[in-house]
Design a protein around this ligand. Structure first.
Ligand code: UT7
Length: 332
């Protein structure tokens, strides 16, 4: 593709709710144990929103930090994309509500739904507007509030998810300085409905019943196997496409779904533990926020060198999966 401009990543920021739910807290809700959860998933705790918080409040927090770090006036933002599968409202969109809260009065706004792959899909969609010269500054947010949509009495899904938001500012630069080295997006209809959150159980005839959206339903084993099939494959495909080798990748940043998935993929790709970012122990699976939150955590704890080349891979409901190689020149 002919690029008129390149993409520069100006900042990465994140926001987590203040309430922490530890595995030992879940032991009081259903038959589980800290030991089972930690050995099967690598998760020790997750953050969940309280009544004074929402997906919007976390998005505002993350977005304001990202704009500050990038030293970008909200009025200079041309486009806001919020990637989420769990919006506070079906409409208005999260991005329109966020626009109002941060005063980004000149931006166009839309939400993007690709579940746990949302951030990678959003980043690549945003990049197209920058490559063509249509927009200069884009605010991209990944946010999910799964605590509203898991059945807190059902142990197999409830232990996995946490709430959170991640935000980045992407800006245009010279085409030769493009920091998005390449990407691939893939989708495959989940005909067996291995990972679903239904909203189609509300009918005129049931109006008296005040039916609410359903809970997340998941065939954990099928999703596990899907991840182990597609993630190493797309990593290799993207390295081929960008003429890079795994040795040139400083950090592998996978969607934080399960530490066992992260470890197994790293092993398949022969990537050492020191090159793999992970914060799942502290936050669980934060869905569309998980990749930026893992990067923010690593930056904050000085775990990574700058500049660095990162291979980001998201996967999730849809089914969707996507990978991007980026250069990260951000210090904190
Ligand atoms: O963002 C993408 C979304 N989701 C994922 O990526 C999830 C992918 N899948 C997974 O991470 C794993 O499949 C899980 C962590 C969900 C489950 O791990 P598993 O090793 O596949 O366990 P399992 O479902 O085979 O269950 C093993 C046993 C079962 O008991 P029996 O039938 O062997 O007696 C379950 O009932 O563990 C039981 N179990 C639990 N025990 C204690 C399931 N959940 C729990 C729990 N605590 N929370």
């Amino acid at each position: 593709m002919q690029k008129n401009y390149g993409v520069k990543f100006l900042s990465f920021s994140g926001a987590l709710p203040s309430k922490v739910v530890k595995n030992t807290d879940l032991e009081k809700l259903f038959d589980t144990s800290d030991e089972w959860i930690y050995t099967r998933t690598g998760i020790k705790q997750r953050h969940v929103i309280d009544k004074n918080e929402s997906g919007l409040s976390l998005s505002v927090d993350a977005a304001k930090q990202a704009l500050n770090k990038a030293k970008i006036d909200p009025k200079s933002i041309d486009l806001i994309i919020v990637c989420t599968a769990t919006p506070d409202k079906l409409y208005p969109s999260m991005s329109c509500m966020l626009q109002g809260k941060i005063g980004a009065v000149n931006s166009a706004c839309f939400d993007l739904s690709a579940a746990c792959s949302g951030f990678i899909f959003g980043m690549t969609v945003a990049s197209q507007f920058i490559y063509t010269g249509q927009y200069k500054n884009i605010l991209l947010v990944g946010v999910d509030i799964h605590s509203r949509f898991v059945d807190w009495s059902e142990r197999s899904v409830a232990v996995l998810f946490g709430d959170g938001a991640g935000a980045i500012v992407m800006s245009s630069c010279l085409a030769k300085d493009d920091e998005l080295k390449g990407f691939i997006l893939r989708s495959e209809s989940d005909s067996k409905l291995d990972l679903t959150l239904d909203n189609d159980n509300i009918y005129f005839t049931d109006l008296q019943d005040q039916v609410k959206p359903d809970f997340v339903r998941m065939n954990g084993k099928a999703i596990y196997q899907f991840a182990l099939r597609v993630v190493p494959e797309i990593a290799k495909e993207l390295l081929d496409k960008t003429n890079m080798s795994m040795e040139q990748i400083d950090y592998l940043v996978l969607h934080q779904a399960n530490q066992r998935i992260i470890d197994a993929v790293a092993e398949k790709l022969k990537v050492g533990k020191d090159k793999v970012l992970s914060n799942i122990e502290k936050v669980g699976n934060t869905s569309a926020a998980s990749i930026p939150l893992a990067i923010v955590d690593a930056l904050a704890s000085n775990k990574i060198k700058t500049p660095s080349t990162m291979l980001l891979i998201g996967f999730g409901a849809g089914l969707t999966w996507g990978a991007a190689v980026i250069e990260c020149n951000i210090l904190k």
